[in-house]
Ligand binder design. Sequence first.
Ligand code: PEP
Length: 253
Amino acid sequence: MRKQIAAANWKMNLTLDQGIKLTGEILSGNIELHDHQQVVFGVPFPYLIAVKDKIKEKANYFVSAQNCYFQKSGAYTGEVSAEILNSVGTDYVIIGHSERREYFNENHQMLAEKINLCFENKLKPIFCCGEPLSVREANEQNDYVETQLKESLFHLSEQQLTGFVIAYEPIWAIGTGKTASSAQAQEMHAHIRNVMASKYNNDVAESISILYGGSVKANNAKEIFSEKDVDGGLVGGASLVASEFLTIIQSLK
Ligand code: PEP
């Protein structure tokens, strides 16, 4: 079975003390994860080492950065490279979140470069894609997402894409309380898998974990995750509340 993942995206929230307390509360939920299940904490850069230390005894718990820079190293004041992230024990990196695409003008090419740097530095990318409301209303979401995949992932090898992680996050559902229906999520996830199968092959497409993101909560996770092509979720707001996130973890297939 491909990996089923509950990934938290704390965004720019919580102090270090609050983040460590939240991590502790989630760990003390003592959820028995199966081998194919993972929990990922997407935390602000300064907390990576502390959260990694907190989860170190626990199998199947990982720490993620929320971004990395698209250049290898050098005079880029304030930026953080994939190499730096690897050196502090980071496991995953969220790449191309819609907030980064929108507020920091990240384009397809930059995201492709970031993914390359993740691979060079043994980091696992979580590649985000998803359409804005205007595109959904024009019913052009399939082409829109296909372009995002094509422009940032199609240069990768079959080997690199085997076991890869994609998060489908319709922008109109992020932080809005408006969730895609489980049928809408399934439809897009199946489309993403078909796009990957057409460019590569079925084995590669079937190995990719496709997470849904967009107002996943304790009360809707089970239904959304039960869809055939939904392999867990990337969770913003609800990942900041231990009881909510614990229920979301328990909703993994
Ligand atoms: C996200 O941050 O990627 C996200 C999906 O946020 P929320 O769960 O708050 O909609």
